[in-house]
Design a binder for this molecule. Structure first.
Ligand SMILES: Cc1ncc(COP(=O)(O)O)c(C=O)c1O
Length: 391
């Protein structure tokens, strides 16, 4: 079957000659693994996020795992997060023998609801921390979360996988809690193919992360190759992981970082375009425009009372018109693993479930053309009008 070249993909990275040349330089240097590119990427990222330390890793999943480990999470501990996220956010808690405790979302923002968090904390004061996720790039209520952090002596690890580079009260999301973790997966707001970055001002945690991300070796990755001490002289101080970022990825990341604010502007413009062109469609509930938002995802909801089809059939029709649509996310508490392990029922998190049953994600990335945007709008409107309930 020949590929449909007209099909508008759901996601597509923006890569130019800058990234190509940066990769070629690394290939020709003879040094492919973690080295000066990764180190420079860390230095630049720390400066960008105004953090005292940035640590490059090979995924945000690795970053979240290392962050929890460095803050001392272990068997029997409990950490609050949202059921409305990708599995990475919760699975890393389980890696450490601890358990996620879900708090339902605010249906207007799709983000974890601080009121529901406090209810859980009152019931169980042994809970260690919170992993808020800035879903789609929309900031969580960090003010309320920081208050809970103080009141209940918690840590906050921000899952900022969707929210680079978004400011919140003058600080970048990810740099507000104890530790922040960013994703550079292929569909994210900047990419290295696969990759992630951890930022923190906690020097003890940073030291632990730098040891554990590379096999529990007690020397910084760079130090082994730049200091006078021979590279083979190191000690293994723990059973660490293999989570380092190779220089090929870091070289791409450094070029992407330079373009991050331009990418954000383009995403914002697409969000505004969708909002303007879909505002009269009563079969849709559009996301609210907020000034500081990463627009990693643009997530409208269908209004079921206005349509004769459900969400799945609605998006099936749009996809048949050549537009890539996705759904974020199938809630974790209805996923077989979490359901079986913790015995959740579907309506344990009713707001999450309601959002999930009606939401879909439209393409939103810097390289979308005006013509593609028009086609997307037409496909959505035509589908809505075709299935609009008349009585
Ligand atoms: C909210 C969230 N957290 C974490 C991750 C994990 O990112 P990575 O693929 O870099 O491990 C993702 C990935 O899609 C995500 O959506």
């Amino acid at each position: 079957m020949s590929p449909n070249t007209d099909f508008i993909p759901f996601a597509r990275p923006s890569l130019g000659t800058e990234e190509e040349e940066a990769v070629i330089k690394v290939l020709r240097s003879g040094w492919l693994t973690t080295g000066t590119e990764a180190k420079n990427f860390e230095t630049e990222f720390a400066a960008y996020t105004n953090s005292s330390k940035a640590l490059a890793v090979n995924s945000a999943t690795a970053g979240l795992h290392l962050a929890l480990e460095a803050l001392g999470v272990g068997p029997g501990d409990k950490v609050i997060t949202t059921p409305y996220t990708f599995t990475s956010t919760a699975e890393v808690i389980i890696y450490l023998g601890a358990d996620p405790v879900f708090a339902d979302i605010d249906p207007d923002t799709f983000n974890i609801d601080p009121v529901k968090i406090e209810k859980l904390l009152k019931k169980d004061p042994s809970i260690k921390g919170i992993i808020p996720v800035h879903i789609a790039g929309n900031p969580c209520n960090m003010g309320a979360l920081l208050k809970l952090r103080e009141k209940y002596n918690l840590f906050i690890i921000e899952d900022a996988a969707h929210s680079f580079p978004v400011k919140y009260n003058g600080k970048l999301l990810g740099s507000i809690g104890d530790i922040g973790v960013f994703s550079f997966y292929a569909t994210k707001t900047i990419t290295t193919g696969e990759g992630g970055m951890i930022v923190t001002n906690n020097s003890k945690a940073a030291k632990r992360i730098s040891v554990m991300r590379l096999h529990g070796i007690d020397r910084e990755i760079w130090d082994r190759y730049t200091s006078d001490k021979p590279s083979w002289q190191y000690s293994i101080v723990d059973a660490g992981y293999k989570y380092n970022m190779p220089d090929i990825a870091a070289a791409i990341g450094r070029e992407q970082l330079k373009k991050a604010s331009l990418f954000l502007k383009k995403r914002e413009n697409i969000a505004k375009y969708y909002l303007k062109n879909l505002e009269d469609m009563d079969f849709l509930k559009l996301p609210e425009y907020v000034e500081n938002h990463g627009w990693h995802l643009f997530m409208p909801r269908i209004v079921p009372e206005k349509l004769t089809v459900n969400r799945n059939d609605f998006i099936k029709e749009i996809i048949s018109k050549g537009v890539g649509i996705s759904v974020h996310f199938i809630p974790l508490h209805i996923m077989p693993y979490y359901k079986n392990k913790y015995g959740y029922k579907e309506d344990d998190y009713p707001e999450t479930l309601k959002v999930y049953n009606t939401v879909f994600s439209l393409p939103i990335y810097p390289d979308l053309t005006e013509n593609q945007l028009k086609r997307i709008i037409t496909a959505v409107i035509d589908t809505g009008l075709k299935y609009r309930r008349t009585s």
